[in-house]
Design a protein around this ligand. Structure first.
Ligand SMILES: [Zn+2]
Length: 50
């Protein structure tokens, strides 16, 4: 999966594309890949974008 500079991924709940400005926290997974928590404005919830 590729990421644009301004896109954090898509909401796993509604499929909406989440802009990078919605990202709340970035973290590194145990396998070394990057994960993020982002706020989905449609779900009004914090999600882990795909
Ligand atoms: Zn959503």
């Amino acid at each position: 999966m590729t990421h644009g500079n301004s896109t954090a991924g898509t909401c796993p709940e509604c499929g909406r594309r989440l802009h990078a400005e919605r990202v709340l926290v970035e973290y590194e997974r145990t396998d070394g890949s990057r994960g993020v928590y982002a706020e989905c404005p449609a779900c009004d919830a914090v999600v882990t974008p795909d």
